[in-house]
Design a protein around this ligand. Structure first.
Ligand code: CUA
Length: 324
């Protein structure tokens, strides 16, 4: 039996599931085209005008037939919708434990940083068989992170975090494309993902690692004065941020929100938009004072303070290694 995953250049845990849905849709569409096309030809010949057959017979409709050709396609379409939705949820929900990579896209390059600190441009090294979670933001216009072999494509927006994840299943080098027109050199905004054996990856990662984003974020947290108000024991004028990430926060007006990446971002850049219940609107905005890299570092630090939900990596702890 041929190795289909190699034939189709499938290199992530998601790829075969995406392909199965895609080829099922192609097969069903082809079947419909063949049946309808065949019947058109067949009927055109069979009921053609002949000396004995000058005027067509008129047929009244058939209720049973009409119900059948309405209900059956409806069920088929809903089935495909359910299948596609299921797959979509798998694609957008990273596993609880994953290696974090931060992505800043800009005209016209990819800046990538590993949670351990290592930075890369246009090339992303990842370990084989471990989930990788990407938190992404654009410094200018809309870009899109697209790795065909992993069957993932996710837009990257300015002023807002998006994320995607993958788990590579075969070592090798895979093309990374920008899949959203982003200006003159859009077609040149290329990169590659290098999938390495976990041991080789770990030793590669250890060389010139630089500072982990969470550590940089901790310094920024002090440097920009955040630590003066957001004290871990809640004794400051601002709420403690320990355990906030991933939890549900309640605001003055009684509404609630999940403290996710975009909540943290807005709280830094536009703090008066949502005031946490029990606190004053005294925090200044840090709009224009922090680069995207610094914001991601602060985000990594706040994540590292513990999490109400799943998925945080505590400061200093080794990144969890997940075997499939
Ligand atoms: Cu970036 Cu197209």
């Amino acid at each position: 039996m041929p190795d289909f995953s190699q034939l189709l250049n499938e290199a992530s845990t998601m790829a075969s599931a995406v392909d199965l849905l895609f080829f099922t849709l192609v097969a069903m569409s082809s079947a419909v085209v063949i049946v309808i096309g065949g019947l058109i030809v067949y009927f055109a010949v069979k009921y053609r005008r002949t000396p004995e057959n000058q005027i067509a017979d008129q047929l009244a409709g058939s209720t049973r037939l009409e119900i059948a050709w309405t209900v059956i396609p409806l069920l088929v379409a809903l089935g495909i919708f359910g299948w596609g939705a299921r797959l979509y949820f798998d694609i957008v929900q990273p596993p609880a434990q994953a290696n974090d990579v931060y992505v800043v896209a800009k005209q016209w390059m990819w800046e990538l940083q590993h949670a351990e600190g290592k930075r890369e441009i246009n090339t992303l090294h990842v370990p084989l068989g471990e989930p990788i979670r990407l938190t992404m933001v654009s410094q200018d216009v809309i870009h899109s992170f697209y790795v065909p072999a992993f069957r993932i494509k996710q837009d990257i927006l300015p002023e807002r975090y998006t994320s995607t994840w993958f788990q590579a299943t075969a070592p090798g080098t895979y093309r990374l494309f920008c899949a959203e027109y982003c200006g003159t050199l859009h077609s040149g905004m290329l990169g590659e993902v290098v999938v390495m054996e976990p041991d080789a990856y770990r030793s590669w990662l250890g060389v010139d690692a630089g500072q982990a984003p969470a550590v940089v974020g901790e310094h920024l947290f002090v440097q920009f004065g955040c630590s003066g108000c957001h004290k871990p024991d809640n004794s400051g004028p601002g709420p403690s941020l320990v355990g906030v990430f991933g939890s549900t926060v309640t605001f003055q007006d009684g509404t609630t929100a999940l403290a996710d990446e975009n909540y943290v971002r807005e709280s830094i850049l536009n703090p008066s938009a949502q005031i946490v219940k029990g606190y004053e609107a005294i925090m200044p905005s840090f709009q224009g004072q922090l680069s995207e890299e610094q914001l991601l570092a602060l985000l990594a630090y706040i994540k590292s303070l513990g999490s109400g939900g799943a998925g945080a990596t505590p400061t200093g702890a080794p990144t969890p290694t997940i075997q499939p």
